[in-house]
Design a protein. Structure first.
Length: 179
């Protein structure tokens, strides 16, 4: 596929508004892998710790990672809503992911980070995590559906060595589908 054909395909996908497909196509172009060639597609996941467990989200949803900072609380908001912060001229809601997932509360420390996520309709939300570990590349075949979990936030799992990584769906986790 020529560079102009690739750009044309990316433009068509972008016009449909499916930014995840656009990102995957672009990533496939960069690493020279595609479904048609019969090679494994790689998925990139941002891996982070939360309450002594390992979780991940697709890097395609991550806008940036920032250190913990002062937040302005929002009156009468749920306990898991930590508040808002100003980030490059935008107001960003910050959610305590531990509390949102029903885990025990934890105090932010030097390793804590806020992962700022892209959402639908230009919504931007930050999630507070205990620490960010790495970007992990895994083949699509190594990702399995999470079966038997009551938690709808964990949609898939994968292995990294002897450890399992729970892959979160940010939309379900943060309730974007309910908005």
């Amino acid at each position: 596929m020529s560079h102009s054909e690739s750009n044309e395909e990316t433009s068509i996908l972008a016009s449909r508004g499916d930014w995840e497909d656009v990102a995957r196509t672009a990533a496939g172009d960069l690493i020279g892998r595609s479904d048609e060639e019969g090679m494994d597609l790689l998925r990139e996941l941002l891996v982070f710790d939360l309450d002594e467990s390992t979780y991940a989200i697709s890097v395609e949803r991550v806008r940036e990672i920032v250190r913990m900072r002062d937040l302005t609380s929002i009156p009468r908001s749920p306990e898991w809503m930590l508040g808002v912060m100003a980030l490059r001229g935008e107001i960003v809601e910050v959610v305590d992911l531990r509390l949102k997932l029903g885990l025990s509360a934890g105090e932010p420390n030097r390793a804590s980070r806020i992962i700022v996520l892209h959402g639908d309709a230009e919504r931007v939300t930050g999630i507070l995590v205990d620490s960010v570990k790495e970007v992990f590349r895994v083949s699509e075949e190594a990702v399995m559906p999470a079966q038997g979990f009551e938690v709808t936030s964990v949609t898939e799992i994968c292995r990294r060595g002897e450890e399992f990584i729970s892959i979160l769906d940010p939309d379900s986790t943060l309730g974007f589908h309910d908005v």
